[in-house]
Design a protein around this ligand. Sequence first.
Ligand code: DON
Length: 561
Amino acid sequence: MILRLLIKLTHITIVLSFLSSCNKTKDIKAAVVSARKEASDIGISVLNKGGSAFDAMIATDLALTVCFPNAGNISGGGFLVYRTASGEVGSLDYREKAPLSAYEKMYLDVNGDVIPEKSTLGGLAVGVPGTVAGLVEIHSKFGTLPWEDLVKPAIDLATNGYIVTEKQERSLKSKKDDFIKINGKKTFYAQDFKAGDTVKNIALAETLKRISKYGAKGFYQGPVAEALVKRVREAGGIITHEDLIKYKPVWREPLNFRYKNLNIYSMGPPSSGGICLGQILKMIEPYNINQYDHNSEKAIQLIVEAERRSYSDRSKYLGDPDFNKISYNQLISHNYLNNRMKSFTFDLASESKDIKAGKIASKESEETTHYSILDKEGNAVAVTTTLNGSYGSKVFVEDGGYFLNNEMDDFSIKPGFANMFGLIGSEINSIKAEKRMLSSMTPTIILKDNKLYMILGTPGGSTIITSVLQTILNVYEFGMDIQSAINAPRFHHQWLPEKIEFENGVFDELSMKKLQDKGYDVKQEYNRVIGRVDAILVSKSGIITTGADPRGDDRASHIYY
Ligand code: DON
């Protein structure tokens, strides 16, 4: 009785907050939502100067490199999904690649055992960076303002400094030992930066100046490349000048599928994001999930069982499409997915196949970054970009002012061995020279009745797909406004390990017990923070609302009518 009353009250609050948020934000004309206020403001300043969402993207991305060094980057990779005001959709893959001299067993010892930390910490963990090539490619296709004007705000931010937040102080502190282990005591980020301190990164400003002047060549050739290759070598890695010069981003068809009257565009392979999101939504679709309450036992079971089936397919069937044939159509076909759900019943948990799940290599905090941009013309941009782990490989190019990624860990370094997110892969995602490692990043743009409806994405490693999924369902099926949909507690299941992880507020004790009785592995100690979604929603009548995740320092900046 009390529970029902509480649920009713929650629903009333949701409706009220929806109405009030509509009033508050009714006048938004353009928006940038990112992990940091500085970056969102810089994106908006570019829009104010007459730049497009694509111009704002470049400036926002580079600003994040400066003030969000754990994930913002010029030395990692990412994915862009876009829809122009005229309705053209596309995606750019600027994911890192394995170096030319990489090989399948490069992280195994003579006995075939995984050498601890080799794929996560230090030079050998670094994939060939794609970000600068990606940004330059986007500018050459869509840029309207001069390249230098888009790099300048990041140069200024690096020169004048950004202010450390409390969360950032904690994050830097938690990784200090690794910074020192890899780079020595004098490394830039081993300084004890405290909340409120100003961080001026002059070396990074210099790197950005070269990128401003010479574009991609400013990063992949010349002194910046020299410093990068030298640092990677010193730290035990294998990236060469040839690797850098050969790097090319790839325009790819976005993954497209329908869910009820939504038309969803997301990232296809080498990200698993689009296919898994499509699979999970389409497995759920026939059940009309909105007949159950939000985060109720049955809603959770349905989502978890669809996730279990999809993540098992991820492990077996997904990898770099330039190296493997991916059965796109079959994997998201109606018949295939209906068959997958035939074994589902609300009475009992399904069992994940009894594969020997490798141990999670390390308890890495989760740092990637997503931003969503909508300009006043209606161009929509969703970008997720990463160094993989927090501050990537922790290898810091002292002369360049930036960290290098540890994206190589996203490969399946040994069949059945779990990566840092507990994901298990197979041959299809094995290491090969110049191959792209499988990702979970899910930058997504959704149309409803053929009109722009939602732009969203999130960091979170393996939980990216399920956080995007829940945000979509929260808005579309459970009637929440975008901010409440983001705030709502999340849960996550990924086939292996068997457990369901959750945030505070998902399960009350009674439903936890009921789920346990049905065979689900839910325990209080699995509790953690899941994802950081940044999103923009456009109502049927064109009202724009934004949601920035309170789990981080994320912030929406706007232009008003
Ligand atoms: O591409 C991927 O799926 C991972 N490298 C993303 C890493 C991530 O999201 C880290 N944390 N938030």
